[in-house]
Design a binder for this molecule. Structure first.
Ligand code: SAM
Length: 210
């Protein structure tokens, strides 16, 4: 199953699957963006807007890119202030160096190594010189680590066709070694999952300057 089909099914079955509380990552990113005068922010893999809404509510100009059309339908109701493109980040019809910053929550770990490299490069292409890129990913300390077959070092096929790469701190740093690291850290993200109740994820984040 490809990403689009997988995520369409998730959002069709569960609606706003992770509830309405934004992640603590939005507070960290908002503070960094304000300190660096970032106003226009690109959100690749915006989902139904759980996190974009914290940024639009705070006055940022948000453009989301989302591959799942069911997520886009939900987002139109959930965060109408976000400008949304229903396509893959890899095919996004956007000019280079358009945005002050990128906020990308829990998307990068969904790809194999080569695609992760392309994903970061595409985001860097869309951000202005000296722009910021803020990413969160699942950590190797997450309970899910080790589920399924390890297809690449630290990457597991947790369901048929669904990959998760669990990042160590060094791994995350290496992925962004071409850029200037401004801040990095980890936190526990708690969400009220529509089907499974309270779920906790161990998340790492990094913020770099292009
Ligand atoms: C784990 S969810 C995170 C959702 C969202 N970032 C949030 O904060 O709630 C991953 C999202 O990335 C989207 N996605 C996966 N691959 C994508 C791609 N190539 N381009 C754009 N969106 C993608 C999925 O459809 C899904 O909505």
């Amino acid at each position: 199953m490809d990403q689009q089909a997988y995520w369409d099914e998730q959002f069709e079955d569960n609606g706003c699957v992770w509830g309405s509380q934004p992640s603590v990552a939005t507070d960290i990113a908002i503070s960094l963006f304000k300190d660096n005068n970032a106003q226009s922010v690109l959100i690749p893999g915006a989902g139904y807007g759980r996190n974009s809404k914290a940024l639009t509510s705070d006055g940022f100009d948000i453009t989301g890119i989302e591959i799942s059309s069911s997520a886009c339908q939900l987002a139109e109701g959930y965060d109408p202030a976000m400008t949304l493109l229903n396509c893959s980040l890899f095919d996004a019809p956007l000019p280079a160096e358009e945005f002050d910053a990128v906020f990308c929550f829990d998307v990068l770990h969904l790809f194999l190594e080569e695609e992760r490299r392309r994903f970061i490069a595409k985001c860097a292409d869309l951000v202005k010189p000296n722009g910021l890129m803020f990413f969160t990913v699942l950590s190797e300390n997450d309970d899910y680590f080790g589920s399924g077959v390890e297809v690449e070092p630290g990457t597991f096929e947790v369901k048929a066709g669904k990959y998760i790469h669990f990042f160590t701190a060094g791994d995350l740093r290496d992925s962004f070694q071409r850029y200037c690291i401004l801040q990095e850290g980890q936190f526990k993200d708690s969400v009220k999952h529509a089907k499974h109740g309270l779920k906790e994820y161990q998340v790492r984040y990094i913020c770099v300057r292009k």
